[in-house]
Design a protein around this ligand. Structure first.
Ligand SMILES: *Cc1c(COP(=O)(O)O)cnc(C)c1O
Length: 354
């Protein structure tokens, strides 16, 4: 081939969009099923007459609001088009020839892609048999070329959290020159007191980096807005990598409106948490080995049956997220949605399918 394309991009799988199924029950993308929070639609509508103008480059009002809310200086915050984009920008800011990033596997699919695109080498550390991060093994995987360790807590797609004890030990065992990145995309859903708010507990450590998003509990997945909190130096480096005017006018305005609706967000999260407990308990009666989840999804360790189960669900009009040969991630929906999914699990027998 004579195209001038980097050979290492061959390792990145092409994105294959799911089959279009407009009437299907979508339990595949970890969205909250209750629509935008109150005030959000009005806030977006009000920006319609401003769309001939560029947005506020620094997302000043949103950054200020987050700064007050999180009690960290605005110089420590970076905003971007979803936290996925910011994770990529952080990796770009860290990459130099031969440098590495350590993360668990299986974890968030965006990590290997972001690392490869940035030019960082991925060091993947297998999860423990109970589908939790093995933070000891992750600390041991740190070498002279390691720039960052990424801890996804709760872990997408398996569900468990890292505990305060485990994270304390990680911070104490890794040199300060290695960033400890904690991806808290699902923080709002966490109820386990053993799992710390990473910003509260580690926010004053110079090598702590925390990612959060408006896509999940705050219901703004379609507008793409997330943020990162880090030391002023790391935040400044990431802001240099962010595409100019990344967070658009509607997204800035909607994020502020969502923050005004925190009480309703909490109410919806409580509904999801109640369904999480009920659904996992019911699923465990059908299938052994389901790990705990502190997120708005859970993991079915179906191994070789993962793709068959997703196909079985699809025939029943339900979309779930299979990871071939490994398991299936299922997002919690409304109670009746979860009942349908449990029925699909009950009627699934791997040997009779496909
Ligand atoms: C959904 C998710 C994100 C956030 O993605 P956005 O780009 O903010 O929509 C980040 N990390 C993990 C682990 C996620 O599952």
């Amino acid at each position: 081939m004579s195209e001038p394309i980097r050979a290492d991009l061959d390792a990145i799988p092409l994105y294959v969009p799911g089959k279009a199924a407009p009437d299907a029950l979508k339990l595949s993308s970890n969205e909250v099923p209750y629509g935008p929070l109150p005030g959000v639609v009005d806030a977006i509508t009000a920006t319609a007459t401003e769309v001939h103008r560029y947005p506020d480059l620094a997302a000043t009002a949103l950054t200020q609001r987050l700064s007050e809310r999180l009690a960290v200086g605005p110089e420590r915050i970076a905003t971007g088009t979803g936290s996925v984009a910011l994770i990529g920008h952080l990796m770009q800011a860290l990459a130099s020839p031969g440098s590495e990033v350590v993360y668990s596997w299986r974890s968030f699919e965006a990590y290997p892609i972001a690392a490869t695109v940035a030019g960082l080498t991925s060091v993947q550390v297998p999860n423990a048999p109970d589908h939790r991060h093995d933070l000891h093994a992750m600390a041991k995987a740190v070498g002279p070329d390691t720039r960052a360790i990424v801890v996804c807590s709760p872990n997408n797609p398996t569900g468990p959290v890292a505990t305060a004890d485990e994270l304390d030990e990680l911070f104490d065992s890794v040199p300060e020159s290695v960033l400890i990145v904690i991806d808290e995309a699902y923080r709002e859903f966490v109820t386990d007191p053993a799992s710390p708010d990473a910003l509260e507990r580690y926010g004053d450590r110079p090598n702590a980096v925390v990612f959060r998003t408006f896509s999940k509990a705050w219901g703004l997945a379609g507008l793409r807005v997330g943020y990162m909190v880090a030391s002023p130096e790391v935040a400044a480096a990431v802001r240099k990598c962010v595409i100019p005017f990344a967070v658009n006018v509607a997204a800035q305005s909607a994020a502020l409106a969502a923050l005004d609706a925190e009480e309703e967000m909490r109410r919806r999260v409580a509904l999801v948490v109640a369904e999480r407990e009920r659904t996992i308990a019911a699923a465990r009666e059908i299938m052994p080995g389901i790990p705990d989840s502190q997120a708005n999804f859970f993991w079915l360790p179906l191994a070789g049956g993962a793709v068959d189960f997703a196909a079985h669900c699809q025939r029943l009009g339900i979309l779930v997220r299979p990871f071939a040969g490994d398991g299936v991630r299922v997002t919690f929906g409304r109670p009746e949605d979860n009942d349908r999914m449990l029925e699909a699990l009950r009627s699934f027998s791997p040997t009779n399918e496909s």
